[in-house]
Design a protein around this ligand. Structure first.
Ligand code: PLP
Length: 417
């Protein structure tokens, strides 16, 4: 029986390698089923998921409310056309504007698209209100997506020479360097776009005084301030939106990942004074599609009903304490993050091997950089899940001595891109 099941992975992997376009180094695992904090592969092996579908499965895997909403909505209307309003679109827009304090929302399917919308809105603002200003200042080591414009916005060293020529008009400055940011501001600047906690960059936060100064400068010069909360939004950091940690409101906020709980969905929110698009400026076939709207509505209502923001705050705090304890005995340093977006450093070049060892042991954790481990479990994670995660992590740390880990990494380079 076991042999038969195991050969399923081998057969599927061979088929995958034959026909799936290569874009990522993926392990020999084919995922089949999910429930709550857990995933199972096609061999029936169980994984405790501290990657959370890449900070996506806010309610855990295949949550009942999402399944029911999709079932109900798909029986009524899957897609009408972007040329019409639909009921769940209006309901969900009302909910999102109410909970965020923004006036208006635009829906799309991915974080990159939400950020493209923000980039376009910023340029429209520049054209309409700032004498044609078009430059957008972004932060080095940030991440805004993989469309050509959002890759150009992303200040990632490895992407510098990729897909040339880039979309022009982006200026990258180091995080928390106010002088560099102010030096980049000119009469060509229409917006500043940043993540409050860099997710893919390895969980690095912006300082409060830095953000306050930027907000002030934006107000003085009429520059649009955009917060990319695709990863940090909707409870992830222990506040509904990460901006609440700073008490600073942007002019535009983008959301993605956790908003659909696994259904492809993203949003861009703004105030009435930036309601600047003319018909045809922005849109998309799946903009506000009934099925996506029903999914988002169900997921966000459940995040609020179950108080998962508060859960993320307290379970995250618990995890930080426990990880700090672990750092007394193992080479773990710089435990950081907020809510359930956490990270710690490991010796340079050992992160991938540690994540691979955890995978073998049935724990999913992410290595965004060769020296960084990131945790972003579903927001339903309990302290008992953290305990189980720590047990497995400890086993992995015990078995992976640094020297072994380095050589393993050399064989399979971590490619977070
Ligand atoms: C994941 C992410 C994106 C891109 O979202 P996609 O849905 O992959 O297009 C953009 N910004 C941030 C901060 C992200 O974490």
């Amino acid at each position: 029986m076991l042999k038969e099941v195991q050969s399923q992975t081998a057969v599927l992997m061979a088929a995958a390698e034959q026909s799936v376009l290569f874009t990522a180094n993926r392990p020999d695992v084919v995922m089949e089923r999910g429930e709550g904090m857990q995933l199972w592969d096609c061999d029936g092996k169980r994984y405790l998921d501290f990657i959370g579908g890449w900070a996506v499965a806010s309610l855990g895997h295949s949550p009942g409310v999402l399944r029911e909403a999709l079932f109900k909505q798909s029986g009524e209307l899957v897609h009408a056309s972007p040329g019409f309003y639909n009921k769940p679109m209006i309901q969900f827009s009302k909910l999102m504007t109410e909970i965020s304090g923004f006036d208006k929302v635009f829906f799309a399917s991915s974080g990159a698209e939400a950020n493209e919308s923000a980039i376009k809105l910023a340029r429209k603002h520049g054209a309409v209100n700032l004498n044609g200003a078009y430059e957008i200042i972004t932060i080095t080591n940030g991440f805004h997506g993989r469309t050509l414009a959002t890759m150009s916005a992303t200040g990632k060293e490895q992407w510098k020479t990729l897909f040339e020529p880039k979309v022009p008009g982006f200026r990258h400055v180091p995080i928390n360097d106010l002088d560099a940011c102010f030096a980049a501001i000119s009469d060509k600047t229409c917006a500043i776009m940043l993540e409050l906690i860099q997710g893919e960059g390895g969980v690095h936060e912006v300082d409060a005084p830095y953000l306050q100064a930027i907000r002030k400068a934006c107000d003085i010069y009429g520059i649009m301030l955009i917060f990319d909360e695709v990863q940090t939004g909707l409870g992830r950091t222990g506040k509904l939106f990460a901006s609440e940690h700073y008490g600073i409101k942007p002019d535009v906020m983008t959301l993605g990942k956790g908003i659909g709980g696994g259904f492809p969905l993203s949003a861009m929110l703004t105030m009435s004074k930036f309601d600047l698009f003319a018909p045809g400026d922005q849109g998309g076939t799946y903009t506000g599609s009934p099925l996506a709207m029903a999914a988002g509505l169900a997921v966000v209502e459940e995040i609020l009903r179950l108080q998962l923001t508060e859960n993320a705050a307290s379970v995250g705090q618990y995890a930080i304490g426990k990880l700090n304890e672990l750092s007394q005995r193992y080479p773990i340093t710089n435990v950081r993050g907020k809510g359930l977006l956490l990270a710690f450093d490991v010796p340079e070049g050992t992160a991938s091997a540690l994540a691979a060892k955890c995978l073998e042991l049935g724990l999913l954790i992410n290595a965004p950089k060769p020296s960084i481990i990131r945790l972003m479990p579903p927001l339903i994670a309990a302290k008992t899940d953290v305990d189980e995660m720590l047990g497995l992590l400890q086993q992995a740390l015990k078995s992976a001595t640094p020297s072994q880990a380095v050589s393993a990494t050399a064989i399979k380079e971590d490619k977070p891109a």
